[in-house]
Design a protein around this ligand. Sequence first.
Ligand SMILES: Nc1ncnc2c1ncn2[C@@H]1O[C@H](COP(=O)(O)OP(=O)(O)OP(=O)(O)O)[C@@H](O)[C@H]1O
Length: 267
Amino acid sequence: MASPAVTLPLLDVSELTIRRESSYVLSRVHWTVRKGEHWVILGANGSGKTSLLKAIAGYMPPTDGDISVLGETFGSSDWRELRKRIGVVSASISHLCHDEDPALEIVAGGLQAMIGLWGQLRAGDKKKALASLGLVRARYLANRRWEVLSQGERQKVLIARALISAPPLLILDEPCSGLDPVARERFLQDLRHLAAKRSAPAMILVTHHIEEILPECTHLLALKDGKVEYCGPIAEGLTSATLSRTFSAQMRVRKSGDRYSLHGLSV
Ligand SMILES: Nc1ncnc2c1ncn2[C@@H]1O[C@H](COP(=O)(O)OP(=O)(O)OP(=O)(O)O)[C@@H](O)[C@H]1O
C-alpha cells in the first residue's frame, strides 16, 4: 500500500539558539510551519519575535540549531536567492521606499527584491504589479507616489510588493502599527480576503494586539524571554492562561464570534 504523501514544511526551526553579548536572544526554539497554516507570533517587547524573523531571513546567524526554509538549509544554501522567495513586510522595508516612486514601481521592485527600479517598467512587469495590487484590492493606488500614501495604503503596497513573486511564505511584522481603528479594520478585511484565497501563501503575522488576529489564523507561537511558551493550534493556545504566562501579567481573553479581544489586564 502506498504511504501517504509527506509534504515538506515551508519552515522548520529546530533547537534555534542565538546568543549575543553574553545573553540569550533566543533559546532552543522549535517551530514548524506547513502549507495552509497561518501563524500569529505574540510576545512582550524584547521576547525575541523580530530576532526570530531576522534569523529566518538570514540576517541573524544562529549560535546553535538549524533553520530550513522552503527545503533549503541555512549555512548550505544561498540565502540571498532564497530571500526572493520569502515575502516580508516590515517597517525596515517601508523606510527604504523613495518618496517620488509610484506605487506600481515599488510593487514591481519586488520581482528583483529591490527598492527602486533601474530603467523603464516593462509591460509584463507592469501587468504583474497591477495584478498583485489587485490581491489586496489596491489597484487604484497604482499611480500614486509613495509620499502621498496613507499608512494603511503603504502597507497594502508593501504587501503587494511582497506577493508579486508568489512567495509560499509571507511574513507580516506588525502590519497594523500606525493605523487608526477604522483603517486597521479595513486593512484586516483586505488581509482576510487574501488569506481566504486557495493560492494564499502561509502567513506569519507578528502583532502586539490580539484584536488583530484574523479568523483565518490557525496557529500561535508565543515567545517569552527568547523561549517558546506555546506553539500549536490557536484554538487551544490563545487562552487567558497562556497570555498571562507569556506577558507575565493577569490577562483575560474573550472570543466573540471569530475575533479575540482583551477583557481585563492587571499588572
Ligand atoms: N544584535 C544584538 N545584540 C545584543 N542583543 C540583541 C541583539 N539583537 C536583539 N537583542 C536583544 O534580544 C532581545 C529580543 O529582541 P527582539 O527585537 O527580537 O524583540 P521583539 O520581541 O521583537 O521586541 P519588540 O516587540 O519590542 O519589537 C532584546 O532584549 C534585544 O535587546
